[in-house]
Design a protein around this ligand. Structure first.
Ligand SMILES: [Mg+2]
Length: 265
């Protein structure tokens, strides 16, 4: 229960808790340790609720989870709000905004959900039913990364349409201004109504910046080719730890170190 602990682990999933082959094995023992200590593990991801349900099952997690880049929070234990808190705008509305931006920049921005199976597999590595789970999206709009020479124009448009656009490693995300990973963390804190929660935040890319800005302890997880340099630049004025190993290995090492230094174990 989130109400039973003053320390929360809030973690991105792709590239942070697991590598790009979607392997969760390296972090599993550490997750069990956290569970024994009753420290909640709040997954905080651009994935859909349908996708996260599979991961929660594999890890036996029962804590609330933040999906679609902070646009929605789900959890069986969020009883006062019937199991979910919505911060984002409807998918259909975000799609209209994406189309309007496409017209303004004279370049067709392609929603992730418009790709056929073969194209989606090539981009994400997901296959079969995993593609259906990925497409079960309601409050956020991932789209294919545009050519970098259009980025400035897109940023100007995002202000005009009052949305945020984050560029990730694999794709970009268009979101309502009211939804990001940081705003979702704050919504969950308000819901829990406990004071002085210490948030250990873990992430790997610039869409995790709002997560880090709302964390008390920040752990950047590198990939096999090293850390995301844009993210490091954005964090340069803040305290953070860069994990010494990639993905789930870095995740488990840093959490284990923190459990010792915070004397939680
Ligand atoms: Mg990530």
């Amino acid at each position: 229960m989130i109400e039973n602990s003053s320390v929360w682990v809030v973690s991105d999933v792709d590239g942070t808790l697991m590598d790009h082959s979607y392997d969760l094995t390296p972090a599993k023992d550490t997750i069990k340790t956290l569970q024994k200590l009753s420290i909640p593990i709040i997954l905080c991801t651009s994935k859909t609720a349908s996708e996260v349900k599979v991961i929660r099952k594999e890890l036996n997690l029962t804590d609330p989870y933040i999906v679609e880049n902070g646009a929605a929070i789900h959890g069986e234990t969020l009883k006062k709000v019937n199991g979910k808190i919505i911060l984002g705008k409807k998918y259909e509305l975000l799609e209209e905004i994406l189309n309007s931006i496409s017209k303004e920049i004279d370049y067709k921005l392609t929603p992730l959900n418009s790709l056929n199976d073969q194209e989606a597999t090539q981009l994400t590595g997901l296959k079969g039913n995993a593609l259906n789970l990925m497409r079960d999206r309601h409050w956020s709009m991932p789209f294919l990364n545009p050519p970098s020479n259009l980025q400035e124009k897109i940023n100007i448009c995002s202000k005009k349409y009052n949305v945020d656009i984050f560029k990730g490693n694999r794709m970009s995300h268009l979101l309502s201004k009211n939804s990001n990973k940081g705003k979702a963390i704050n919504a969950l804190k308000n819901y829990s109504n406990i004071q002085n929660i210490k948030i250990i935040g873990l992430g790997d890319s610039p869409n995790d910046l709002p997560l880090f800005l709302n964390s008390d302890i920040r752990v950047v997880i590198p990939g096999v080719d090293g850390p995301n340099l844009n993210l490091l630049e954005q964090l340069k004025d803040l305290d953070f730890t860069l994990a010494s190993e990639p993905n789930g290995y870095g995740w488990k090492n840093e959490i284990n170190k923190l459990l010792n230094t915070l004397e939680l174990i």
